[in-house]
Design a protein around this ligand. Structure first.
Ligand code: HEM
Length: 452
C-alpha cells in the first residue's frame, strides 16, 4: 500500500524528449507513444507534459498494487467526465461520498446477480444477427454497439416501449458530444448561443431527464417494484447507512454514467474478439466444439486474452493529494500517476511470450489482480466488470452457436482510438455462415503462428 512520506522526492527516470513533442505525441497517439517509451525506459518513467507537468507512468505489478491500494485520502482520480455526467455521478464523487455510493452500486453488479440478465443479452444478440449478411465481409463494431446499448437500456435502465426507443435515439449522440465536451477547458464547455456544444448537450440532458423521470415513476408505481431486477429499481430501493435513498437526480446521473462507461467499452472489446478469433482458426474450432458441448472454460480464457492483448482502455489515472511512496519511488503532491494497462499487459515479466495471442495461458490459471488490469483496480475498479464479462460471454456463446466464422490470414487490424476506447481500425470485420442453414464448411487449417 502506498503511504504518505516526508522522504526526498524520487521520481522514475525522466523521458528525454522535448516537452512540446511529448505533449503532441501524448494527445495524438497516447497508447503508441507510451508503449514505445516502455520499451526504452522499462516499467516506470516520468513524462513532462505541457499543462499537466511531470506525470509518472507505471506498469510494474508491485507499484501498481501500491497505487491501487493507497488510501483515497492520499490519491484521487483525475477525470473530467464528472463535469458532464453531473454531480451525482460516481465520476464526480470522491472520498467518503464515493465510498458510500460504491457500497450501494456494487450489489446490483455482483457476479451472482448476472444470471438474471443473460436472457436479455441473448435476446438482443438474436435480434441483431437476424439481419447479418452471409458470406460477405462486414464490420461488427456497429452491430456490437447496438447490442450493448440495448442490453444496458433494458438491464440497467429497465427501459421498454417508447422510453427505450427515445433513449436509443437520444443517448449515443449525447454520449459522443459529452465525451468531447469533457476534454474542453471550462470556459469552452459553457452554453453560449443555441448551437454551442454546451447548449446542445444541455438540450440532450433535458430530454434525457424527462425520460428518466418517467422511468422512475413507472418503476415506483409497478406493483412488482420490489421484485424488479433492473439496476434503476435496485438503486431506487437502495439506502445509505443513515437510511436515506439516493436522490432521483443522482440516480439519473448514475445511470448516464453506467451507460457512458459500459456501452462502447464492451462493444469494442467484442469487436476485437471477432477480429482475434478469425485469425486463430484452431482456437475458433475448439471454441465452437466447447459451445456445442455446453462448456465455457476456453471461452472465458479467450475473453481474458482478448482483454489482455487488446485492452480498450489503455490507461487509468490517479492524482496524488500528498507526497507518497510507491514501491521504490517517492511522488510529490499534485502529480498525475498513469497506470499503463497496455504496458502491464505487454510485459514479458507479467506474461511470458506476451506478444502471442494464446488463451490457453489462462486455462486453469485465472488472471492476477495486478498484472491483468483491463478494468483498473482498487476502490475505483470498474463497477461493471462482472456485467461486461457476462455480456461478452453470452454474446460470444450465441454467435458461436449460430454462426461459423470465415477465417483469414490477413494481418491484424490496427488499433484505432475512438476517444474513449480503442477499437479495431476496420471495425472488427467478420464473415459469417449460418450453422442452422446446414452449411458444413471446412475451417481453414492454419499452422502459422499469428502474433498478438
Ligand atoms: C469491457 C468492458 C469494460 C472495460 C474494459 C471497462 C474499463 C474500466 C476502467 C479501466 C475503469 C477505470 C478503473 C480505475 O480507474 O481503476 C472503469 C470504471 C468504471 N466502469 Fe467500466 N469498463 C467496462 C464495462 C463497464 C460496464 C458494462 C459498466 C456498467 C454497466 C461500467 C461502469 C464503470 C463505472 C461506473 C466506472 C467508475 C468506477 C468508479 O469510479 O468507482 N464499465 N471501467
Amino acid at each position: 500500500m502506498g503511504e504518505a512520506t516526508t522522504d526526498p522526492v524520487r521520481l522514475p527516470p525522466t523521458v528525454r524528449v522535448p516537452k512540446i513533442l511529448q505533449g503532441f505525441a501524448f494527445v495524438t497517439s497516447r497508447a503508441r507513444f507510451v508503449r514505445a517509451l516502455g520499451k526504452r525506459y522499462g516499467a516506470a518513467f516520468t513524462l513532462n507534459l505541457p499543462i499537466f507537468g511531470p506525470t509518472v507512468v507505471i506498469s510494474d505489478p508491485v507499484v501498481v498494487k501500491d497505487l491501487f491500494t493507497t488510501s483515497t485520502d492520499l490519491v484521487g482520480r483525475a477525470s473530467n467526465l464528472g463535469t458532464v455526467l453531473g454531480p451525482g455521478s460516481t465520476f464526480s464523487l470522491g472520498g467518503d461520498a464515493h465510498r458510500q455510493r460504491r457500497k450501494l452500486l456494487v450489489p446490483p453488479f455482483h457476479g451472482k446477480r448476472m444470471q438474471r440478465y443473460e436472457q436479455i443479452i441473448e435476446d438482443e444478440v438474436m435480434r441483431e444477427i437476424a439481419t447479418w449478411p452471409e458470406g460477405e465481409e462486414f464490420p461488427t463494431l456497429r452491430p456490437m454497439m447496438r447490442i450493448t446499448l440495448n442490453a444496458i437500456l433494458r438491464a440497467v435502465f429497465g427501459a421498454q416501449g417508447p422510453a427505450l426507443d427515445e433513449l436509443r435515439e437520444l443517448l449515443p449522440p449525447a454520449v459522443v458530444l459529452g465525451s468531447r465536451i469533457a476534454v474542453l477547458p471550462p470556459f469552452a464547455r459553457r452554453a453560449v448561443g443555441p448551437w454551442s456544444p454546451g447548449a446542445r448537450f444541455l438540450d440532450y440532458r433535458r430530454r434525457y431527464d424527462v425520460v428518466i423521470d418517467s422511468l422512475i415513476a413507472d418503476a415506483r408505481s409497478d406493483p412488482a417494484f420490489e421484485e424488479r431486477s433492473d439496476v434503476l429499481s435496485l438503486l431506487l430501493q437502495a439506502r445509505y447507512d443513515d437510511g436515506k435513498p439516493i436522490s432521483d437526480r443522482h440516480v439519473a446521473d448514475e445511470l448516464l454514467t453506467l451507460l457512458t462507461a459500459g456501452h462502447e467499452t464492451t462493444a469494442t472489446t467484442l469487436a476485437w474478439a471477432i477480429e482475434r478469433l478469425r485469425r486463430h482458426p484452431r482456437l475458433l474450432a475448439r471454441l465452437t466444439e466447447e459451445v456445442d458441448a455446453g462448456g465455457s472454460e476456453l471461452r472465458q480464457a479467450a475473453i481474458w486474452e482478448v482483454q489482455r492483448t487488446r485492452p480498450v482502455i489503455d490507461a487509468t489515472i490517479r492524482r496524488t493529494k500528498k507526497r507518497i511512496r510507491l514501491g521504490e519511488w517517492v511522488i510529490p503532491e499534485g502529480h498525475s500517476v498513469i497506470v499503463s494497462i497496455g504496458l502491464a499487459h505487454a510485459s514479458e515479466a507479467n506474461f511470458p511470450d506476451a506478444q502471442t495471442f494464446n488463451p490457453d495461458r489462462f486455462l486453469g490459471n485465472p488472471p492476477d489482480t495486478y498484472t491483468w488490469i483491463p478494468f483498473g483496480g482498487g476502490v475505483r475498479r470498474c463497477v461493471g466488470a462482472a456485467f461486461a464479462n457476462m455480456e461478452m460471454n453470452v454474446t460470444l456463446r450465441t454467435l458461436l452457436r449460430e454462426f461459423e466464422f470465415g477465417t483469414t490470414h490477413a494481418p491484424g487490424e490496427r488499433v484505432h482510438s475512438r476517444g474513449v476506447a480503442t477499437a479495431p481500425g476496420r471495425g472488427g470485420r467478420a464473415v459469417v455462415y449460418r450453422r442452422t442453414a446446414g452449411h458444413a464448411r471446412t475451417v481453414v487449417a492454419d499452422t502459422r503462428q499469428v502474433p498478438a
